[in-house]
Every structure is written in structure tokens, then in C-alpha cells.
Design a protein around this ligand. Structure first.
Ligand code: CO8
Length: 299
């Protein structure tokens, strides 16, 4: 679908209501949630808000002077926020976004430029970057502007990527005399295949949002100013389902990266069978037969 068609297909009122849902300070229904403390905490590198329903956590990388370069402190804050949102029963999904010009322009080059191998090795330098991949709740990346190096890798650590039409994806580490260090040579291959990954990693070139979508890196492209609202809308949809089934869906899809087809199918079948031990499966199928909306208890 073209951007014009996407715009036309979305009623203005729906757009407005989604946008109003992410206005900061509008999280009235969420005040009882453990995550509400995140929205008032004083952060140095991020901002956290909740959707109007309180069911979607929105984490915004906010280091504008450095185009959201990913310094160590930023990752500590990000991990704190994601951990709290992930452990909050009121939250069903998380959106991770950046600024209009940059989702993140990579690891902080100035911070790491003069570090050395032995120290980095001993301290497991940047090892805490991958904590976001441990989240059990779905994390949706909403990317505007540059997603380069570690920024592209961070987006790939999320469960799926929505891109604004101004997004630029790349792994330019080769231009700095180094290589991708957080998935650019691994997750990228799984997302787009060897030839396209090689081209991006070896050239250091950037892909437009359309190229990234064509390659399968990005699920959908939206006009840049609507991508966060669209990600929140998807988060609300996900949060409206059973959290148990959602967690199992995410776990099963992620296992496909690690297991052979036979092992993966075995894992999927066991999880599918396990859903029949949940109240939500009973409720979901009963509600279907009774032609009513399911009332999930997340049990
Ligand atoms: N690190 C530190 N500072 C940065 C970074 C960065 N990655 N990117 C931009 N900045 C800073 C600039 O230095 C500048 O600061 P100042 O105003 O103080 O000079 C400010 O942000 C604005 O940047 P520009 O003036 O360069 O803005 P432009 O619009 O002209 O250019 C670009 C935008 C093209 C994005 C450009 O800034 C750029 O090329 N940035 C670097 C991109 C890059 O190479 N990223 C890869 C970094 S390496 C990496 O990510 C490895 C990850 C390994 C993870 C390992 C985990 C275990």
C-alpha cells in the first residue's frame, strides 16, 4: 500500500484518538500501575509514558544533541524502564522509539573510541545491551530518522519494526575500522538473507525505509509523523489479547531463530498443547462459540 493510500485508509478520528492516547501526562487510568512511576521519574537519556489505557508503555530515547548515540548510561536507563514495564501486569506491550531525526545513530563513538580490548573483554563492555531481548512482552520499534550501527541493532532486538518514511537503516561500522557488535552480522542475516546483509555491512551504505521494508527488515512503513501512533495502536491490539498466549506466541517465534525446523515444530506443538491448560484458552474458545468478546484473565 502506498503512503497516500495508508493515509486515506486511516480515518482522521482514529488517528487523532491514537495520537491523544500517547500524549504525555495523560495517563490517568494508568496511575495505579507500577509503571506510572516511570513517567514522572527524572531520566537523563530517555522519556517514558503510557498510552491512555495504560496498557502500552512508550519508551523514547532522548539524547538529541548526540542523535541518540547509545552511551552506557542510556542503556542502563532503557533496561530499567523495559524491566519495570515487562514486570507490570497492567502493561501488555511496549513501544520503543527515538526522535524525529534519529532513532539512534549508533553506539557512542566518542565514549568507546579510546577503550581497549582487555578492559572491554574483562568488563564485558556493552554486554548489558541485549537485556531488552529478555523481555517477555512484545516490544515494537517505531523508527524515525537514522537507525545506524547499534541503533539498527537495537531496533532488530525488538520483536518487530515499524518505520517512518524518513527512516534510514545501516551498519556503517566498516567506515570506523570496526564491525557490527550487537547483531548486525547475525540478526540482520536472519532478517534479510546473506546477500543483502553483506551488502549493507560491507558497504556501510544506508537503506531507505522502503528498501528496508522490501528486504523484510521492517514490517510496515508509515508517514513519519504517524509511526509512533501506529506502533501504539498495534501495541493496544496486542495488549487486548491474553498475556499468556501473547507471551507464548513471542517465545515460539523467537525460538525459530535458535532451533532446527524439527525442533522448532516440536517446541511450537508443545506450547500449543500447553495453552489447553490455561483459563484463557477455555474462555477464548467458549466466547467464540457464544459469539461474544472473550474476557481474558491472563491465567
Ligand atoms: N556517537 C557519538 N556521537 C554521535 C554519533 C555517534 N554514533 N552520531 C552522531 N553523533 C553526534 C555528532 O558527533 C554531533 O555532535 P557534535 O554536535 O557535538 O559535533 C551530533 O551527534 C550531530 O551529528 P552530525 O553533526 O554528524 O549530524 P549530521 O546530520 O551531519 O549526520 C549522521 C548524521 C550521518 C548520522 C552522522 O552523525 C554519523 O555518521 N554518525 C555516526 C554513525 C555511525 O557510524 N554509527 C555507528 C557507530 S558504531 C556502532 O554503533 C557499533 C555498535 C557496537 C555494539 C556493541 C555491543 C556489544
Amino acid at each position: 500500500m502506498t503512503h497516500a493510500a495508508v493515509r486515506a485508509a486511516r480515518p482522521a478520528t482514529a488517528r487523532a484518538s491514537v495520537l491523544s492516547a500517547i500524549r504525555r501526562g495523560n495517563a490517568t487510568t494508568a496511575s495505579a500501575s507500577p509503571s506510572s512511576a516511570l513517567t514522572t521519574r527524572s531520566w537523563e537519556y530517555i522519556k517514558v509514558s503510557l498510552s491512555e489505557t495504560g496498557k502500552v508503555g512508550i519508551v523514547q530515547l532522548n539524547r538529541p544533541k548526540a542523535l541518540n548515540a547509545l552511551c552506557s548510561g542510556l542503556f542502563h536507563e532503557l533496561n530499567d524502564a523495559i524491566r519495570t514495564l515487562d514486570n507490570d501486569p497492567a502493561v501488555g506491550a511496549v513501544v520503543l522509539t527515538g526522535l524525529p531525526k534519529a532513532f539512534a545513530a549508533g553506539a557512542d563513538i566518542k565514549e568507546m573510541a579510546n577503550t581497549h580490548f582487555v578492559d572491554n573483554y574483562k568488563s564485558n563492555f556493552l554486554g548489558h545491551w541485549t537485556e531488552i531481548t529478555q523481555a517477555r512482552k512484545p516490544v515494537i520499534a517505531a523508527v524515525q530518522g537514522f537507525a545506524l550501527g547499534g541503533g539498527c541493532e537495537l531496533a532488530m532486538m525488538c520483536d518487530l519494526i515499524y518505520a517512518g518514511d524518513n527512516a534510514k537503516f545501516g551498519q556503517p561500522e566498516i567506515k570506523l575500522g570496526t564491525i557490527p557488535g550487537a547483531g548486525g552480522s547475525q540478526r540482520l542475516v536472519k532478517a534479510v538473507g546473506k546477500s543483502k546483509a553483506m551488502e549493507l555491512v560491507l558497504s556501510g551504505n544506508m537503506w531507505s525505509a522502503e528498501e528496508a521494508e522490501r528486504a523484510g527488515l521492517v514490517a510496515r512503513v508509515f508517514p513519519a509523523d504517524t509511526v509512533v501512533a501506529e506502533a501504539v495502536k498495534l501495541g493496544e491490539q496486542i495488549a487486548s489479547y491474553s498475556q499468556v498466549a501473547t507471551q507464548m506466541c513471542k517465545e515460539a517465534v523467537n525460538k525459530s531463530f535458535e532451533l532446527s525446523l524439527a525442533e522448532g515444530l516440536h517446541f511450537e506443538r508443545r506450547l500449543f498443547q500447553a495453552t489447553f491448560a490455561t483459563k484463557d484458552q477455555k474462555e477464548g474458545m467458549k466466547a467464540f462459540a457464544e459469539k461474544r468478546a472473550a474476557q481474558w484473565t491472563n491465567e
